[in-house]
Design a protein around this ligand. Sequence first.
Ligand SMILES: [Zn+2]
Length: 91
Amino acid sequence: MKNKSLDRDYFKYKGKTKKKKGDDGLTPCCKQSTDYQGLNVRNEEDWERIEHHIERKLGYYSNMDSMTPVSCETCGRLLEYKTKLKDRKLY
Ligand SMILES: [Zn+2]
């Protein structure tokens, strides 16, 4: 190793290479674990499962108005369900 001054750029670069070296195991688009085989809205079978899931929830919770399967726009990975409840004032 040469005699080298360690400046801010050195440490900036150092941090970057460290990240690249040990792949963080997350998808670059939506930061989901690549190990986790989640549902994908672009997969026909998965979509059916998502539909069934929402149908079941709607049947179970009467105060639920709708449910939105929120997915990654890049890879279609299902990220979360957003639940919309009925306005309580309606009762
Ligand atoms: Zn994604």
